[in-house]
Design a protein around this ligand. Structure first.
Ligand SMILES: [Zn+2]
Length: 171
Protein backbone atom coordinates (compact mmCIF):
# COMPACT_ATOMS: atom_id res chain seq x y z
CA UNK A 1 0.00 0.00 0.00
CA UNK A 2 2.77 2.41 0.96
CA UNK A 3 4.51 1.62 -2.30
CA UNK A 4 1.39 2.63 -4.22
CA UNK A 5 1.29 6.00 -2.50
CA UNK A 6 4.93 6.65 -3.33
CA UNK A 7 4.28 5.70 -6.95
CA UNK A 8 1.29 8.02 -7.06
CA UNK A 9 3.32 10.92 -5.63
CA UNK A 10 6.07 10.30 -8.17
CA UNK A 11 3.55 10.34 -10.99
CA UNK A 12 2.09 13.60 -9.72
CA UNK A 13 5.52 15.17 -9.49
CA UNK A 14 6.44 14.08 -13.01
CA UNK A 15 3.17 15.41 -14.42
CA UNK A 16 3.66 18.81 -12.81
CA UNK A 17 7.24 19.08 -14.07
CA UNK A 18 6.08 18.27 -17.60
CA UNK A 19 3.25 20.81 -17.50
CA UNK A 20 5.65 23.53 -16.32
CA UNK A 21 7.77 22.88 -19.37
CA UNK A 22 4.88 23.20 -21.79
CA UNK A 23 5.08 25.94 -24.35
CA UNK A 24 2.67 28.51 -25.70
CA UNK A 25 4.86 28.94 -28.75
CA UNK A 26 3.45 27.06 -31.69
CA UNK A 27 5.60 25.16 -34.15
CA UNK A 28 5.38 26.61 -37.66
CA UNK A 29 5.78 23.31 -39.46
CA UNK A 30 2.51 21.96 -38.07
CA UNK A 31 1.71 20.11 -41.29
CA UNK A 32 4.33 17.61 -40.16
CA UNK A 33 5.88 17.44 -43.60
CA UNK A 34 9.55 16.80 -43.99
CA UNK A 35 11.43 20.04 -44.37
CA UNK A 36 12.66 20.91 -47.80
CA UNK A 37 15.53 23.32 -47.43
CA UNK A 38 17.44 25.12 -50.16
CA UNK A 39 20.93 24.20 -49.03
CA UNK A 40 21.29 20.42 -49.33
CA UNK A 41 24.62 18.79 -48.60
CA UNK A 42 25.69 15.26 -47.80
CA UNK A 43 27.04 14.47 -44.34
CA UNK A 44 30.52 14.28 -45.85
CA UNK A 45 30.17 17.74 -47.38
CA UNK A 46 28.90 19.20 -44.08
CA UNK A 47 31.82 17.60 -42.22
CA UNK A 48 34.21 19.30 -44.62
CA UNK A 49 32.64 22.75 -44.34
CA UNK A 50 32.02 22.82 -40.56
CA UNK A 51 34.25 22.42 -37.51
CA UNK A 52 33.69 19.15 -35.56
CA UNK A 53 31.81 21.09 -32.86
CA UNK A 54 29.65 22.94 -35.40
CA UNK A 55 28.89 19.65 -37.18
CA UNK A 56 27.88 17.96 -33.93
CA UNK A 57 25.51 20.80 -33.00
CA UNK A 58 24.15 21.93 -36.37
CA UNK A 59 23.80 18.53 -38.03
CA UNK A 60 23.43 16.15 -35.08
CA UNK A 61 21.34 18.46 -32.88
CA UNK A 62 23.95 18.66 -30.15
CA UNK A 63 24.15 21.31 -27.45
CA UNK A 64 27.30 23.12 -26.40
CA UNK A 65 28.05 23.22 -22.67
CA UNK A 66 26.64 26.38 -21.03
CA UNK A 67 29.06 29.29 -20.44
CA UNK A 68 31.51 27.86 -23.00
CA UNK A 69 30.38 29.32 -26.34
CA UNK A 70 31.82 32.49 -27.83
CA UNK A 71 28.62 34.57 -27.70
CA UNK A 72 26.86 33.93 -24.37
CA UNK A 73 28.80 36.79 -22.74
CA UNK A 74 29.15 39.04 -25.78
CA UNK A 75 27.29 42.29 -26.43
CA UNK A 76 28.64 43.97 -29.53
CA UNK A 77 26.14 45.47 -31.96
CA UNK A 78 25.61 43.50 -35.10
CA UNK A 79 23.92 40.67 -36.90
CA UNK A 80 24.09 36.93 -36.23
CA UNK A 81 23.87 34.59 -39.20
CA UNK A 82 23.68 30.82 -39.55
CA UNK A 83 27.21 29.38 -39.21
CA UNK A 84 26.39 26.71 -41.79
CA UNK A 85 24.80 28.72 -44.64
CA UNK A 86 25.09 32.42 -43.75
CA UNK A 87 21.35 33.18 -43.60
CA UNK A 88 20.68 36.19 -41.31
CA UNK A 89 18.95 35.03 -38.13
CA UNK A 90 19.25 37.40 -35.15
CA UNK A 91 19.91 41.08 -34.44
CA UNK A 92 21.97 42.14 -31.41
CA UNK A 93 19.13 44.57 -30.54
CA UNK A 94 17.06 41.56 -29.45
CA UNK A 95 19.92 39.85 -27.56
CA UNK A 96 19.56 39.79 -23.79
CA UNK A 97 21.30 38.18 -20.84
CA UNK A 98 19.13 35.26 -19.75
CA UNK A 99 21.81 34.00 -17.35
CA UNK A 100 21.57 30.52 -18.84
CA UNK A 101 25.02 30.37 -20.45
CA UNK A 102 23.85 30.46 -24.08
CA UNK A 103 23.25 33.48 -26.29
CA UNK A 104 19.57 34.42 -25.95
CA UNK A 105 17.39 36.49 -28.24
CA UNK A 106 13.83 37.74 -27.80
CA UNK A 107 13.07 37.57 -31.51
CA UNK A 108 14.32 36.52 -34.94
CA UNK A 109 15.09 38.97 -37.74
CA UNK A 110 12.46 37.28 -39.92
CA UNK A 111 10.10 34.49 -38.87
CA UNK A 112 10.57 32.89 -42.29
CA UNK A 113 14.26 32.34 -41.55
CA UNK A 114 13.60 29.73 -38.88
CA UNK A 115 11.57 26.54 -38.67
CA UNK A 116 10.06 25.83 -35.26
CA UNK A 117 9.56 22.13 -34.67
CA UNK A 118 8.19 20.03 -31.80
CA UNK A 119 11.01 18.24 -30.00
CA UNK A 120 10.13 15.44 -27.57
CA UNK A 121 13.69 14.30 -26.85
CA UNK A 122 14.88 13.72 -23.26
CA UNK A 123 11.30 13.13 -22.09
CA UNK A 124 10.24 16.76 -22.43
CA UNK A 125 8.43 18.90 -24.93
CA UNK A 126 10.49 21.74 -26.32
CA UNK A 127 10.37 23.74 -29.54
CA UNK A 128 13.45 23.25 -31.64
CA UNK A 129 14.75 26.19 -33.73
CA UNK A 130 16.10 25.24 -37.15
CA UNK A 131 17.61 27.39 -39.92
CA UNK A 132 15.03 27.40 -42.74
CA UNK A 133 17.71 27.70 -45.41
CA UNK A 134 19.93 24.72 -44.56
CA UNK A 135 18.03 22.74 -41.91
CA UNK A 136 20.78 23.31 -39.32
CA UNK A 137 19.90 22.91 -35.63
CA UNK A 138 20.26 26.26 -33.81
CA UNK A 139 18.76 25.67 -30.35
CA UNK A 140 15.34 25.93 -28.70
CA UNK A 141 12.77 28.65 -28.09
CA UNK A 142 10.98 29.11 -24.76
CA UNK A 143 8.14 31.43 -23.76
CA UNK A 144 9.81 32.95 -20.69
CA UNK A 145 11.60 35.76 -22.53
CA UNK A 146 11.26 39.53 -22.00
CA UNK A 147 8.39 41.64 -23.31
CA UNK A 148 7.04 42.41 -25.85
CA UNK A 149 7.61 39.03 -27.55
CA UNK A 150 7.93 36.98 -24.34
CA UNK A 151 10.17 34.63 -26.28
CA UNK A 152 13.63 33.35 -25.44
CA UNK A 153 15.55 31.90 -28.35
CA UNK A 154 18.26 29.90 -26.60
CA UNK A 155 20.87 29.42 -29.32
CA UNK A 156 24.20 27.61 -29.49
CA UNK A 157 27.14 29.98 -30.14
CA UNK A 158 28.57 27.36 -32.49
CA UNK A 159 25.47 27.60 -34.73
CA UNK A 160 25.81 31.33 -35.41
CA UNK A 161 28.39 33.78 -36.72
CA UNK A 162 28.51 37.41 -35.62
CA UNK A 163 29.09 40.31 -37.97
CA UNK A 164 29.35 43.96 -36.93
CA UNK A 165 26.67 46.25 -38.29
CA UNK A 166 28.04 48.05 -41.32
CA UNK A 167 26.56 51.45 -40.43
CA UNK A 168 28.33 51.32 -37.04
CA UNK A 169 31.71 51.43 -38.76
CA UNK A 170 31.24 55.12 -39.68
CA UNK A 171 30.21 56.24 -36.21
ZN1 LIG B 1 21.52 27.78 -42.20
Amino acid sequence: MKKNIILFMLLLLTTSIISCAQQNIKPNNSKGKEMSVKVQKTDKEWKESLSPEQYQILREKGTERPFTGKYWNFDEKGIYSCAACGQVLFDSDTKFDAGCGWPSFSDVVNNKNVILKDDYSFGMHRIEVICSNCGGHLGHVFDDGPKPTGQRYCINSASIEFEKKKDDVHK
